[in-house]
Design a protein around this ligand. Structure first.
Ligand code: 2BA
Length: 106
């Protein structure tokens, strides 16, 4: 079994969530914040059998758009640098696939 952990833009969160649910996957959504832009994004946890991982990634990528965003200032840890605004490309989705040693529902 694998855990697919996918970070998507808040703008795509509902579409991704609906599509995964429609395809029959169990999904948990977390409200998260990107460390660089400090803006909200959505993180999905999807536990699936190994052979379904590619299908999950396909659904997520189909509904996650690449977009450009302006980072008004650059933050590194607690310090904030008022540098020139820079344009960054965000998404579609940042996806991690983790091995699951054990899965229980009790
Ligand atoms: P943020 O950390 O807010 O990053 C937003 C976008 O800013 C990134 O898009 C990337 O294009 C740019 N960026 C991030 N860190 C940067 C840096 N140190 N210098 C210059 N540009 C930087 P994505 O790569 O598509 O990432 C979207 C969101 O996915 C991130 O939001 C973060 O929440 C998450 N993420 C991306 N890579 C990650 C990783 N390796 N580990 C954990 N979370 C990650």
């Amino acid at each position: 079994m694998k855990l697919v952990l996918a970070i998507v833009s808040n703008d795509d969160g509902s579409k991704v969530s609906s599509a995964l649910t429609r395809e029959g996957f169990a999904v948990t959504k977390l409200a998260t914040t990107g460390g660089f832009l400090m803006s909200g994004n959505t993180t999905f946890l999807v536990g699936v059998e190994d052979e379904k991982v590619d299908q999950v990634i396909e659904v997520i990528s189909k509904h996650s758009c690449k977009r450009t965003q302006i980072a008004p200032s650059v933050s590194y840890g607690a310090e904030m640098y008022n540098a020139m605004p820079i344009e960054v490309t965000v998404g579609g989705a940042t996806i991690f696939v983790l091995n699951i040693d054990r899965f229980e529902k009790v």
